[in-house]
Design a protein around this ligand. Structure first.
Ligand code: ZN
Length: 155
């Protein structure tokens, strides 16, 4: 995200108070992380909380139109592979849909992130070890069976 874009959402980097540790971390996560639901890049957005009469900068997914904590892109790809190829389904009572697929991927992202963090491999600024991921996992294209595609509801 360019400084110009950030300036358009009222983020002024020359102000010392805006250079907080939190904002620095958010900027780094926005540059690095992806949405846990759709896998798209994240932006920073100033969210106004009327109840607290306060505006806060948050990570945001423009595609899902929601505040997002974000996930490492490698974890998103592993999670998407696990849901699409290994057919993991945490919500068997819900009909197949794009939304359900995203919910499943986000859940697996959370589990994987928890595991990586608690094994000391993942820190606030990303993985602290070089990853050697299977090419199948990292490929942009993945195969989805026709029957699964047909079962997806239109959203
Ligand atoms: Zn999203």
């Amino acid at each position: 995200m360019s400084n110009q874009t950030l300036a358009s959402v009222d983020i002024n980097f020359r102000e010392q108070k805006e250079q907080s540790v939190r904002l620095q971390e958010l900027r780094q996560r926005a540059a690095r992380c992806r949405c846990r639901y759709c896998g798209n890049p994240l932006t920073l957005r100033k969210i106004t909380y009327a109840a607290y009469d306060e505006a806060k900068i948050e990570l945001y997914c423009e595609h899902c139109d929601r505040i997002e904590s974000g996930v490492e892109p490698e974890i998103y790809k592993i999670a998407a592979y696990y849901v699409d190829e290994m057919k993991y389904d945490h919500y068997p009572n819900l009909d197949n849909s794009v939304r359900k697929r995203r919910m499943n991927i986000a859940l697996v992202c959370d589990i994987l992130s928890w595991g990586f963090k608690n094994s000391g491999l993942l820190a606030k600024d990303g993985f602290n070890v070089p990853l050697q991921l299977d090419e199948d996992l990292m490929g942009e294209a993945f195969t989805i069976s026709d029957s699964y595609l047909n079962s997806l509801d239109k959203e």
